[in-house]
Design a protein around this ligand. Structure first.
Ligand SMILES: *[C@@H]1O[C@H](CO)[C@@H](O)[C@H](O)[C@H]1NC(C)=O
Ligand SMILES: *[C@@H]1O[C@H](CO)[C@@H](O)[C@H](O)[C@H]1NC(C)=O
Ligand SMILES: *[C@@H]1O[C@H](CO)[C@@H](O)[C@H](O)[C@H]1NC(C)=O
Ligand SMILES: *[C@@H]1O[C@H](CO)[C@@H](O)[C@H](O)[C@H]1NC(C)=O
Ligand SMILES: *[C@@H]1O[C@H](CO)[C@@H](O)[C@H](O)[C@H]1NC(C)=O
Ligand SMILES: *[C@@H]1O[C@H](CO)[C@@H](O)[C@H](O)[C@H]1NC(C)=O
Length: 746
């Protein structure tokens, strides 16, 4: 380009249009800027319209439309949406489309490049009974579950039955029955001198996380694992009263599920699986190295009924019509079990869909609501009942902004996560990617993995800081059960308190511990964002939902059996919305600090009652720990008292105390992780090591103490050192959690 000075000879006619064009463009830009600015002004003007929280709560509770939830669920469950497949991507775009149409301020698709596991498209996973003389199979398991009722159960593109990340392999051996595959079950087998080396284990699902079953079997020398759901646990009423006549499990059901041990993408531990990520070699990933395969109870019958060996104890007996034996092997010596697993680990892309309603006063404070949208097959309960609820909730909140000119005080962030079933993959990657922002800005993470898995009572898992908002919310939600209302229990709370009472605190409903097993993992356990997971549940299992992860989790199952009319979905959606709005609207964050202090005090008591004598055998004092617990309790009481004096009209004062309360949960995060478990950082709330589903307070201390009791006296030194070291860390973090509630650095 010539400099303008070099243009002495230039015709003015040529420079004038350029100048005109520039000023014209500038004009347009100005108009656009003014319009955008005034749009935003207008929006914030509108935002200033204060709608009292009670009015918002009533609006949400009353205006959730169960028919919308039903329609969303119908759409989401027509095809399978397995993580990382085209089915999942289609659903991502569908959710994105709905959020855009509803008018959310921002909608993002966030991709991650991850390693997911699939059954081979061509070679099914099979369990055979083979004759060792000629290697001929006398029986072969089903490669897919049998279609029974809904049309879509028959779709040709449905995947072969498999367990996610089960190691490919083809092994033939004698079989051993291991009950629920818990540590005590394997110990029992060893006490009976049943050799597990080189054997194939058959175990029933239901008491612990299936990946832990596979891990323990492998650790004890087994070469393969076959899993099944026993009718005694999942179809107690007999074969005539199963799906589609009831929600009980039919004999052809073979539940899918992952056996990967750590959450997230297996190849990018601790860091997000973005384009620039470093991938560790697959051999180093924490995935069991033995083949694992689920089969149906009718197929398990073929194996178990042929077994020999000692009669299994009475509590190992299941619902099939023979005496369960321990093995090893079959009565007919020439018969063996062949386990043939052909899964493929495949690099692929999975997406999170993130939709945001921006806050008006504190847009940089986030209340997160989330659920995954991938499913093993149709996932009408897990997860789509939850996502259908989330879509109705976002629709209703946008309607609120339009009808009442309301905007939330803090931002509401809706999250639809990818590939959760493979082991909490995309939500964890997102938590890793945005960890720092979330750590300084997120107020809570509210998960609804399933809105319903029954209609008997509410079931909650929650961080203690959210207890009060949940209790208060449930007291406002009308009871969806007309029989309960007739009995005088008019709210969700009333039925919950009656049917799931807390035995430790009589009068209160039971608030369950937030272990692992869903997308709150990264938020609660790594970043320290108080989280909850709520649903309506059934009364029949401490174990789980009978159709869980099977082919039969269809739309029809929900529509015709679990929740005819979708009123239980409505109740859960109302609770979700109520908790979100109270957390986003309250000037002072409505955290239950007192409940947290009580929770911690009770956990300390538990440790003292059980382990005081053991700990006293070493030169380790609990004095500092006990003092720190008392100090936290005292500081919380003082802070709660002082809170009453806060000048609510002074935004800096309000922001200051909110920042202080927000730091309490964060203070319990140890960046170095729990002893031997760097993937868990929260020293108070963590799942227990032997069963990722269940949680225990101060898991790092308790797991170490349990390990000490299981180790002979002369080999305990290392464990005691670990205990003392972690005890000091926990004590330090407890004192920090108290300190962040004060203005002082010291
Ligand atoms: C696995 O082993 C069985 C028994 O030897 C055999 O029949 C089958 O063909 C093998 N499967 C594959 C995929 O090679
Ligand atoms: C036991 O169950 C199997 C499989 O369901 C069935 O074929 C058989 O008839 C039953 N046997 C008895 C004695 O009930
Ligand atoms: C639970 O199962 C029992 C039998 O096992 C049955 O009598 C009861 O009606 C079931 N309850 C619900 C809520 O499904
Ligand atoms: C509640 O669940 C039971 C099964 O436990 C089912 O029979 C009943 O129809 C369900 N109620 C509604 C309203 O769907
Ligand atoms: C026990 O700890 C105290 C205080 O740290 C120390 O003075 C003492 O020497 C220790 N005793 C033993 C036997 O290690
Ligand atoms: C209680 O809190 C206030 C305000 O943070 C502080 O000034 C006071 O020292 C605290 N009292 C105790 C006993 O910690």
């Amino acid at each position: 380009m010539p400099r303008s000075g070099a243009c002495d000879a230039c015709d003015l006619n040529r420079t004038i249009p350029l100048w005109r064009m520039l000023s014209f463009l500038l004009g347009i830009a100005l108009v656009v800027a003014v319009v955008t600015f005034s749009e935003r002004e207008k929006r914030f003007e509108e935002a200033k319209k204060v709608v009292p929280i009670q009015e918002l709560e009533e609006y949400i509770i009353n205006n959730i439309n169960p028919d919308n939830i039903r329609n969303y669920l119908r759409e989401m469950t027509r095809k399978p949406s397995l993580g990382g497949t085209e089915g999942e991507r289609e659903l991502a775009r569908w959710i994105e489309g709905h959020w855009k149409e509803q008018g959310l301020d921002e909608v993002h698709l966030v991709p991650y490049q991850v390693l997911l596991s699939y059954p081979s498209p061509d070679v099914p996973n099979l369990v055979r009974i083979v004759d060792s003389n000629d290697d001929r199979a006398i029986w072969v398991s089903a490669s897919k579950q049998k279609p029974l009722y809904a049309e879509e159960e028959d779709l040709p593109e449905l995947p072969f039955t498999f367990n996610g990340y089960a190691f490919p392999g083809n092994v033939t051996s004698d079989v051993v029955y291991a009950n629920y595959g818990r540590e005590q079950d394997f110990d029992f087998l060893e006490s009976k001198s049943v050799d597990l080396t080189g054997k194939i284990i058959i175990a029933r699902y239901g008491k612990i996380y299936r990946a832990n079953i596979a891990e323990m079997a492998e650790a004890r020398g087994a070469v393969g694992v076959v899993l099944f759901s026993d009718p005694i646990d999942y179809s107690p009423e007999g074969l005539d009263f199963v799906y589609p006549n009831s929600y009980f499990m039919p004999p052809s059901a073979a539940p899918f599920g992952t056996v990967k041990l750590v959450e997230g993408d297996p190849l990018t531990p601790f860091y997000p699986a973005t384009e620039s990520a470093f991938h560790i070699p697959e051999e180093e990933a924490r995935i069991p190295k033995v083949p694992v395969q689920p089969i149906s109870p009718e197929d398990a019958w073929q194996i178990l009924s042929r077994m020999e060996g000692e009669t299994a104890p009475s509590d190992w007996q299941g619902g099939l019509n023979f005496t369960y034996r321990l093995g090893p092997g079959f009565q007919q010596k020439n018969l063996k079990v062949n386990l043939d697993v052909n899964n493929e680990n495949t690099p692929t892309t999975t997406y999170n869909v993130i939709g945001i309603i921006k806050g008006s006063v504190e847009p940089d404070r986030y209340v997160l609501l989330g659920n995954h949208y991938d499913a093993w097959i149709f996932g009408s309960i897990d997860p789509h009942s939850g996502t259908a609820a989330m879509l109705e909730l976002s629709r209703l909140l946008m309607q609120l902004t339009k009808e009442k000119g309301w905007r939330p005080r803090r931002s509401l962030v809706f999250c639809a996560w990818g590939a959760e079933e493979h082991g909490i993959v995309a939500s964890l990657e997102w938590a890793e990617q945005f960890e720092k922002q979330l750590a300084s800005r997120a107020v809570a993470y509210l998960n609804v993995d399933m809105a319903i898995e029954g209609n008997y009572t509410l079931r909650t898992k929650s961080a203690p800081l959210l207890y009060d908002v949940i209790f208060e919310g449930t007291k406002k939600i009308p009871n969806p059960n007309p029989e309960e209302v007739a009995e005088g229990r008019t709210t969700v709370y009333d039925t919950w308190a009656l049917r799931r009472p807390d035995t430790v605190q009589p009068g209160l409903p039971l608030m369950q511990f937030i272990g692992s097993g869903s997308d709150y993992k990264g938020f609660q356990h790594n970043i320290g964002i108080p989280s909850m997971d709520v649903r309506y549940t059934h009364d029949n299992a401490t174990i789980g939902e009978p159709l869980y992860h099977t082919l039969y989790e269809t739309f029809a199952a929900v529509d015709e059996i679990y929740d005819r009319g979708f009123l239980y979905h409505k109740a859960v959606t109302a609770l979700w919305g109520d908790v979100a709005v109270v957390l986003s609207e309250s000037k002072i964050l409505p955290y239950s600090l007192g409940a947290y202090a009580d929770f911690i005090s009770r956990a300390l008591e538990g440790i003292i009652n059980t382990y005081e004598d053991l700990i006293a055998t070493r030169n380790i004092t609990l004095e500092f720990f006990t003092e720190a617990v008392a100090n936290f309790d005292k500081t919380v009481k003082n802070f709660t008292e002082e809170l009453k004096q806060v000048d609510m009209e002074n935004p800096l004062q309000v922001r200051k105390v909110n920042d202080q309360i927000m730091m309490v949960e964060r203070a319990f995060i140890d960046p170095r992780g729990l002893p031997g478990r760097p993937e868990y950082n929260h020293v108070v709330m963590a799942p227990s090591q032997k069963d990722a589903y269940s949680g225990t307070a101060f898991a790092g201390l308790k797991d170490t103490l349990v390990a000490i009791t299981e180790t002979s006296e002369d080999k305990r030194d290392g464990l005691w050192r670990t205990f003392a070291h972690h005890l000091a860390a926990v004590t330090h973090l407890l004192n920090t959690a108290a300190k962040v509630l004060t203005d002082d650095l010291w």
